[in-house]
Design a protein around this ligand. Sequence first.
Ligand SMILES: Nc1ncnc2c1ncn2[C@@H]1O[C@H](COP(=O)(O)OP(=O)(O)OP(=O)(O)O)[C@@H](O)[C@H]1O
Ligand SMILES: [Mg+2]
Length: 367
Amino acid sequence: MQSRTPHVVLGEISKTFKSSATLAVDSVSLEVFKGESVTLLGPSGCGKTTTLRMIAGLERADTGMISIGRNIVFDARTHIDLPPERRNAGMVFQSYAIWPHMSVAENVAFPLNARRIAAADIRERVIRALETVGLEGFGERPATRLSGGQQQRVAFARALVHEPEVLLLDEPLSNLDVKLREQMQIELKSLQTQQGWTVINVTHDQTEALGISDRIFILNKGRIEQGGAPRELYERPRTKFVRDFLGKVVSLTGSVKGLFNGAVLVSLRCAPDLVWTCTPGDSGPFAPGDDVEVSIRPEAVTTRAGTDTQPVHGKVLTALYQGDRTLCEAASGGEKILCYLPGGLLPATGEDLTLHLPASAMQVWSR
Ligand SMILES: Nc1ncnc2c1ncn2[C@@H]1O[C@H](COP(=O)(O)OP(=O)(O)OP(=O)(O)O)[C@@H](O)[C@H]1O
Ligand SMILES: [Mg+2]
């Protein structure tokens, strides 16, 4: 089990690239605990790679402090700036960065050679690292005579071989096809928990982030918008950016009917006579009579009534059969509701459909 010792700490790190006058990372602070898998998630250009490269020592921060394990590896004020090889971090790049003129074993051994370790010890550690990633027996093969997935494993073995305090992963799975990527996500998650690795992962694939992370930090324009457990972020986003970035959302027009104990009582334009007691998404303020946005995830919309649901009546616009389920878009009171119907249910366009919306899955946002 992970203990609650901060293992990697970023204290207000910022970076401006002079050449492009871009504030790439804007005062990012976070703590990663030992044995924890944390993901930096956000759209292209939000500063994920730059943050990771600053931790690795491949990019120099302008301000702030970084510590790994017991060591302060960077501190702008005291001018501490350890080179990458003294930071005890293992990094895997999106491009793999495998050396084509070397064998698999030579590639994996590379970080150890730079660390002056005895040859016998190197051999043993390389074998162990290759075993960990499922490449036992591949040591003598030229690194180029491997599939993309196998090359990625070599990159992982090379990052692991010196038993780093932290693994820094920059979209290592993004070049793999969908099936292999899913399989690698499962392997990575299971290895990470078994071996107790501390991992900082970077991706713009929200499904991958939700699956493999203990915590996710959503980055937007170089700043952390929200950090927390995947479920917390998905179900209780605090900004519309976080909400919309993490999957699909149904957005409905509502009107505030009252306030009660921190909850907002709303009716919907598509069901004006009913009232749902919802959680606020942003901080409002909300007053009776206000027009608001009410959001719900499509999979929370059901065809069966539950304890805290109320019905909305609509007509089917489009239904897409997906095998295990049917993706359906319905129209109700001039609004569109996206939902999933159980597999086997394939309604025709124009068919009446009653959908049940649970108040517990709805959030109210100011317009
Ligand atoms: N070497 C550089 N010189 C100038 N600007 C840079 C450099 N590297 C990154 N940037 C800029 O800094 C910002 C953040 O880039 P970064 O590579 O960290 O984004 P990212 O979140 O990793 O994006 P992606 O998902 O596309 O990989 C971008 O606006 C980018 O153009
Ligand atoms: Mg990047």
